[in-house]
Ligand binder design. Sequence first.
Ligand code: FIX
Ligand code: ZN
Length: 417
Amino acid sequence: MSALAFDQIRPTVHRVIAATPVFDLHTHLYAVPFGDLLLWGPDELITYHYLIAETLRVSDVSYEAFWAMDKKRQAAHIWQKLFIERAPVSEAARGVITVLGRLGADLNARRIENLRDFYASFKTEDFVNRVFDLANVHTVVMTNDALDPVEREIWNRGVKPDPRFKAVLRIDPVLLGWPKVSDRLKAMGYGASSELGAESLKEIRRFLAEWIEKMNALYVAVSLPPTWRYPDDSPTTRVIREAVIPVTRERNLPFAMMIGVTRQVNPLLRMAGDSLGKSDIASLERVLAEHPRNKFMATMLSRENQHELAVTARKFRNLMVFGCWWFVNNPSLIEEITRMRMELLGPSFIPQHSDARILDQIIYKWDHSRRIIAKVMKDKFADIAAAGWPVSRDEIDRTAHDYLGGNFERFLASVPA
Ligand code: FIX
Ligand code: ZN
């Protein structure tokens, strides 16, 4: 195995990270057969909820007046406030520019009508191929909600998703929505009652097993508030312990916990109104310690939790840390978090997921994150080379592949010893 010359390390890492296709393990995208659930195009891109929150900070229209607008008028308003009246320097605004630039749109006129004209000739299927190519992403994982009547109907019709789109069973209401969620489960034919007795738990296990099967889900996921504690005497603990843990264990699937979201701190912002809080790492440690033969994935939303999360991953082999989620998906924080994780965990974590909601966004989310992952990797490989390690092209390839998809695939396939 020949060592690379020192001055070749940085350019090699750069090229390899750019050329390695990504397995994007958490998005809110849908495959074409899901119809209108698949969002793409300029008006969707510009009305991303991150940009709605940024616009309504500075807008002269009321919340109600904004929501009364149709999508095109909302997009025009956001464009005016964030791209014309102000410089688009926030990460979400810059993301729109990266997408448009990589697709080849002419931004000189700064007119939203020109963007609509530019997109007008794209056909959905071709656009999906083009975006996957430009983003250099080979597979995306959707976020699938069996309790959503629109989505459920599509699954029940026997949809065959494009193999580039994998499913995940997302179960927030089943963990957090008691007692009300029992009515929704009952309406789907599961005999769950609001007091969550043994029969209800059996039915929740049946719900999980049937929907994992129907969706061919890669994992089961939930988002949790900063107030989440484990164990306690809440329905959430019971459902985790007595339904999610046994069902995912039996099928050897990871249970992904996304911890730290406070939903609807400002309901006037609707889906842009969620925030965050510092969460309790000890609760995560207790789940991991109590179930060593289950596989878990975790990401946390507040910057303050990132260091202890990486330390927790050092202590528990049944935990795969992933991504810089939502409010930490900004270049300065991605760099800080990725550098710290690399120092504590070496190559054994998943640096990023896109969380894209609009297909076009995978272009910018991966373009921006790839640069930072490459930057940190360059520094680390240069450091070990300077210390005397003969860095090879193969180990750069292997590390890049692990970070961008290999670690996820290996974790899915692994069987806890
Ligand atoms: O709960 C989640 O999966 C969050 O990522 C989303 O619900 C959130 O709205 C989002 O888009 C963050 O990027
Ligand atoms: Zn998400």
